[in-house]
Structure formats: structure tokens, C-alpha cells
Design a binder for this molecule. Structure first.
Ligand SMILES: Cc1cc2nc3c(=O)[nH]c(=O)nc-3n(C[C@H](O)[C@H](O)[C@H](O)COP(=O)(O)OP(=O)(O)OC[C@H]3O[C@@H](n4cnc5c(N)ncnc54)[C@H](O)[C@@H]3O)c2cc1C
Length: 510
């Protein structure tokens, strides 16, 4: 199948107009000392970030956040250039087609977005009229728990719930609200106190950053089963709290943000773009045209009150540019590869160095038939096995004999061990018809896409990381999956990109 082509660009500020104020790109420039306070800095007209003038802006990173931000800034009348380290744009949004039969496609990275939720993402789906498909992957989930497989109906059966160790109040709640809503029983009373989703402090719960979720739930009357299934653990003298435990405040704040957006705890209704989610970054890239420079890794940033100088390689040659603002849209795990002068302020440096990012490989099984049909209650599996913790079918809409099962795994694992794990946990009796296994290991395939979604902050660290993580440093702004309150991949990327575009502001109309 030919990938859907990006729509024809709609009107944007003219390139000629922007070139008049253009960023000064100096490929192969001499890198004589010039900063801070040197001649190049003095040359740059000091500009307030909110001066209402067209500004020269470099966006570093052409993933979902960088492209969204560049698009928004161009629409606001700025002269924007995206510097992308690799030879493709999209970052962790990448659709695989090569080597798949019958025109099948599969997203190696971000596979879905939800409704409700993902408001900014949906804004672009509407604006560019992108084709959307609903996806049943979160319906009728079949879960592997403590050695047994359970349908959703079984998980609202009082006898089953009692066997797991829930007490009566929890059982009543789960029977009424469903398995995925357990945390709400304990959280709802407290999440109501938050009024600003970007502000976790000052609602009388600040002390809860020092207590683990498990210990707090226990105090709230939760059973051991509830503590476990809410993702916490009770600490003890033998097993004291560690940095890996999540704090009660962190979890309550995250749940409050979900609630303030009017979203359910579990977002069951998910969607993807027909032909692959890469269609949106491809659309942005098409619209941005020669404002996007691929194969241009940024190596250094020098900044002061007057402007920002960015040093990068363009097709291997050293280059530099002096601009008014920079938007950093790369994973915090890669920021150490960019030398920043003067160094980040202490609080920012701590936040950037201590934010943890998760990494997952994409697993695909190409099968000759849908062998699971009439064999298991559902192929939407929650397996409890880290080699393929979720399993579901993708590209169902593509006609043809072959089928694709999808999941995600550890950052590094082999196709052989992945298939062996599947064959061990698969709950049906039918022999599978898997012909090919693909494990897309991001760190190998795309070394500049390193760390895809932010992990919970370490116990007791909330005030050290937030809001410093997202706060701009002078003329340098931060957008991306790591730089928003909720760490939901493309939602955080598009939302934070819009936040930064708002921060920078638009060009005042004459
Ligand atoms: C297996 C998997 C499943 C996922 N599932 C979902 C999902 O279902 N829904 C969802 O919303 N999200 C999901 N995600 C997460 C989502 O893909 C990412 O969070 C999101 O795409 C990150 O976008 P970003 O722009 O912040 O960062 P990135 O995608 O990491 O983009 C950063 C860009 O910066 C470039 N770069 C790095 N260093 C430099 C440098 N020095 N100079 C210039 N450029 C540089 C990189 O090459 C990259 O293109 C998933 C991710 C994976 C891996």
C-alpha cells in the first residue's frame, strides 16, 4: 500500500517575508570565541520574548513536539528552523511498512491516542482532515493475574475478587465501576482538592510526597490486594522505602490532572491514523518545507540576555546560527550530548539530570491467519510478561490474509525469546501461525530517539523536579514528552509544544 500523502499546505506566512528577518545560518563558520558578551552577542538586537515582533527561533528536535511547536510558531508569524539530528522526522512516531505483506503497516512507536483526551492532537487531526480509525485494543481485555486468565466479567465477580483479597467495600466498588477504576475509590476524595493541573502543591497534601503510595493507601484503609493492584507496596523495616517507590502525592496529582481534564481513569476508547500515525509528523514536515533541516544534530548552545547561539553539524559540516529563542524538544536523556553555556541553573540541572525516562521495544508478529479467533475470549491480552506485556491486533482494516499482532517489550530483547515467551503465555489451544517476528529496538534503530515517556518522579522528589523541569531558562524553552504534567507521549508532546508557542507569543498585527 502506498502511504497516504500529507495534505496540500494551507497558507502560512510567506518564506520571503520570513527570510527578510531570517535566521543567520553559517554553514562551516569559524568557531572563534564569541560568547558570552562577545561581538556576536552584541550584534544581536536584544529582544524581549514577548516583544510582539517576528522572532528567529530554532527548534531542536523534529519529533512530535518539535514539529508541532514549529508549526504553531510559524502560524504565529515567526521565522522558525527545525534542526533534526537524524535523517527522518517524527522521532518516536514511526510507521513501519517495509517487509510487511499485503500493505500492512504498524507503528513502531506511538500507536494510539484517546478520546476523550489528546485535545491538541485532535485539533490537528481536524485541521488537516486526517483519516482516523477507532481501535478495539482496550475492549474486552483478557488479563493474566497470579497464574490465571480472567475476562472483564470475571473481574467483577465478587467471588473472584474475594479470592484476590479485596475487602467488602472494594468488592462493591469494583463490581459497580469495573476493574480499571479501583484507584478512584481512594483517590477521588483527595483529587477534588486540586484546582490547577500544573500545580501539585498547596492543597494541603504536600507532606504526601514523603510517603509511598502503598503506605498511604494502607492508612486510607486499603487491603493488601488494593495496594498491589494500584501499583504500590507497603514498606516495612525489612523493605524500607526507596527512590523507586512512587509517592502518594505524585499519584494523586497525576490522577487530579486526569480528573481536571474530565477524563476517566482508564481511557478505553483509543484511535489511530489510517495508514499509520506517522501521517501527522509527515504532514507537519511537508508544511514546514525547507524550514526542517535533517541530519543536523545540535552540539552546543550559548545563551545570554541578548540571544542564543546554536552550534550544530549540517551533513557533517560545522555550522552555527544566532537566534532570539530556542525550543529544546529532545529527550532529557540526550541533553548531556549538547553543551550549554552558561550551564543550566542549579534547579534546572537537577531536574534534567534526575528525570527518568522509559524505553520500550516494539514487538510485531506477522501471522498467516487469525489463529486466536474462537480460541481465546479476546486477543487483547495483559500478560504480566515484560517481554510482551500487552498483545493486540493492529491494521485489522487492511484487507488480505496476513494479520499483525502487536505489543511492546523490554528495550533490548531478541525475536526468538519474544516468540518463546508468547508461546508460553498464550492462553489458547490453537497452534499459532506466526511467520515472522519483528523487534524494533529503538536505541539500535534510532540512536537519537532515546527515552520515549517519562517515568514517575522518585519518592520525595516532586518539589525538586516540578515545575523546574518545564520552566524556561532565559530564551530557551522546553517541550516534549518529558516536559508536561502528564507523561502521555503524543499528548504531552503536542500540549507542551502549544504551551511553549503561547509563552513565546505571536507577532503583533500592524
Ligand atoms: C513502543 C512505544 C509505544 C508508544 N506508545 C504510545 C502511544 O500509544 N501513545 C502515545 O501518545 N505515545 C506513545 N509512545 C510515546 C511517544 O512515541 C513519545 O512520547 C513521543 O513521540 C515523543 O515525542 P517528542 O517529540 O517529545 O520526542 P522524540 O520523539 O524523542 O523526538 C525528539 C527528536 O529529537 C531528535 N534529536 C535528539 N537529539 C538531537 C540533537 N542533539 N539535535 C537535533 N535533534 C535531536 C531526535 O532524533 C528526535 O527526532 C510510545 C513510544 C514507544 C517507543
Amino acid at each position: 500500500m502506498t502511504p497516504p500523502s500529507p495534505p496540500v499546505p494551507k497558507a502560512l506566512p510567506s518564506r520571503r517575508h520570513l527570510l527578510e528577518n531570517g535566521a543567520r545560518f553559517v554553514a562551516g563558520a569559524s568557531l572563534a570565541p564569541f560568547w558570552p558578551g562577545g561581538s556576536a552577542a552584541a550584534e544581536a538586537e536584544p529582544k524581549s520574548p514577548h516583544a510582539g515582533k517576528s522572532q528567529r527561533i530554532i527548534v531542536i528536535g523534529g519529533g512530535m513536539a518539535g514539529l508541532t511547536c514549529a508549526h504553531e510558531l510559524v502560524e504565529r508569524g515567526h521565522d522558525v528552523t527545525v534542526l533534526e539530528a537524524s535523517r527522518r522526522t517524527g522521532g518516536h512516531v514511526k510507521t513501519l511498512r517495509e517487509g510487511l505483506p499485503d500493505g500492512l503497516d504498524a507503528d513502531a512507536g506511538a500507536e494510539h491516542f484517546t478520546r476523550p483526551g489528546y485535545d491538541h492532537y485532535w485539533k490537528y487531526v481536524g485541521k488537516f482532515d486526517l483519516p482516523v480509525l477507532p481501535w478495539k485494543r482496550r475492549r474486552d481485555i483478557y488479563r493474566h493475574i497470579d497464574g490465571g486468565w480472567y475476562t472483564e466479567a470475571q473481574l467483577s465477580d465478587g467471588k473472584v475478587l474475594q479470592r484476590f483479597g479485596f475487602h467488602d467495600r472494594e468488592i462493591d466498588y469494583l463490581r459497580e465501576h469495573g476493574w480499571t477504576e479501583l484507584a478512584s475509590l481512594y483517590f477521588d476524595l483527595h483529587t477534588k482538592r486540586f484546582t490547577d493541573e500544573y500545580q501539585p502543591f498547596g492543597v494541603g497534601l504536600d507532606d504526601l510526597d514523603g510517603i509511598t503510595l502503598g503506605d498511604w493507601l494502607t492508612k486510607e484503609g486499603a487491603s493488601d490486594a488494593a495496594v498491589r493492584f494500584c501499583g504500590g507496596r507497603r514498606t516495612s523495616a525489612d523493605k524500607p522505602a526507596t527512590r523507586n517507590d512512587v509517592s502518594a502525592l505524585f499519584r494523586l496529582w497525576q490522577a487530579a490532572a486526569v480528573r481536571l481534564r474530565g477524563l476517566p481513569n482508564f481511557k478505553r476508547e483509543v484511535f489511530h491514523l489510517k495508514g499509520g500515525n506517522q501521517l501527522l509528523p509527515d504532514t507537519f514536515t511537508g508544511l514546514l518545507g525547507d524550514r526542517v533541516r535533517k541530519n543536523s544534530p545540535v552540539k552546543a548552545i550559548l545563551h545570554d540576555d541578548h540571544g542564543v547561539k546554536v552550534r550544530y553539524l549540517e551533513n557533517g559540516r560545522q555550522a552555527e546560527v544566532l537566534v532570539d529563542q530556542v525550543v529544546l524538544c529532545v529527550s532529557p536523556l540526550l541533553l548531556s550530548t549538547i553543551k550549554v553555556t552558561p550551564a543550566w541553573p542549579k534547579e534546572k540541572a537537577y531536574a534534567l539530570a534526575n528525570v527518568a525516562m522509559g524505553m520500550q521495544s516494539r514487538v510485531l508478529f506477522q501471522s498467516r491467519t487469525a489463529f486466536w479467533k474462537d480460541d481465546v475470549p479476546s486477543i487483547n491480552l495483559e500478560t504480566g510478561n515484560s517481554l510482551m506485556s500487552l498483545v493486540y491486533q493492529t491494521a485489522e482494516e487492511v484487507e488480505g490474509e496476513s494479520c499483525l499482532l502487536m505489543g511492546s517489550g523490554r528495550p533490548a530483547q531478541s525475536p526468538e525469546e519474544t516468540l518463546a515467551a508468547f508461546r508460553q503465555f498464550y492462553p489458547g489451544k490453537a497452534a499459532d501461525t506466526i511467520e515472522k517476528v519483528v523487534v524494533h529496538q529503538w536505541w539500535k534503530e534510532e540512536p537519537t530517539c532515546f527515552g520515549c515517556e517519562r517515568l514517575p518522579f522518585a519518592l520525595g522528589e516532586l518539589a525538586k523536579l516540578w515545575p523546574h523541569l518545564i520552566t524556561p531558562v532565559g530564551r530557551i524553552h522546553f517541550a516534549g514528552a518529558a516536559f508536561d504534567n502528564l507523561p502521555w507521549g503524543m499528548d504531552a508532546a503536542t500540549r507542551s509544544a502549544n504551551r511553549v508557542a503561547e509563552q513565546i507569543g505571536g507577532v503583533a498585527k500592524a
